[in-house]
Write a protein of this length. Structure first.
Length: 133
């Protein structure tokens, strides 16, 4: 992964961490219907990314390069690019999974806070209607 791509992934992760904190603090609120669609979409993305991780991990087991030493070196290089290398496809996909997971958690928190707020207001109104404080 280039430095620019790595920087973009880190910026995206940081942005979603910030949004999650805002949702935890009640600053980010979502309508329940929107939240449900976003959570569903995030789950679908996660499923697709998990399948891609499995396929990329399978690419670690390559064959057909021949018996030359250079062929073995080439096979190893491709295997590391698929999995276990510093810039492997599996690691890049895992970063995307981390971001999608953070997105889903943020969506869930955002609706949770609005639901809590609605319940709090409803409880106060009910108390007023029954002659409470």
């Amino acid at each position: 992964m280039s430095d620019t791509e790595q920087s973009e992934m880190q910026a995206m992760l940081t942005r979603w961490q910030t949004l999650k904190k805002q949702a935890e603090g009640g600053e980010l609120l979502l309508d329940s219907q929107i939240r449900e669609r976003l959570v569903t979409h995030a789950e679908q993305m996660r499923t697709k990314l998990d399948a891609m991780v499995n396929k990329a991990a399978e690419l670690e087991h390559l064959s057909g390069f021949g018996s030359l030493t250079s062929a073995g070196d080439l096979r190893q290089k491709f295997a590391l690019k698929a999995n276990n290398g510093t810039d492997s496809a599996v690691k890049r996909l895992q970063q995307s999974i981390d971001i999608v997971t953070l997105m889903k958690e943020t969506y869930e928190l955002a609706i949770g806070k609005i639901t809590e707020s609605d319940q709090s207001v409803a409880d106060k109104l009910a108390a007023l209607n029954t002659g409470g404080a």
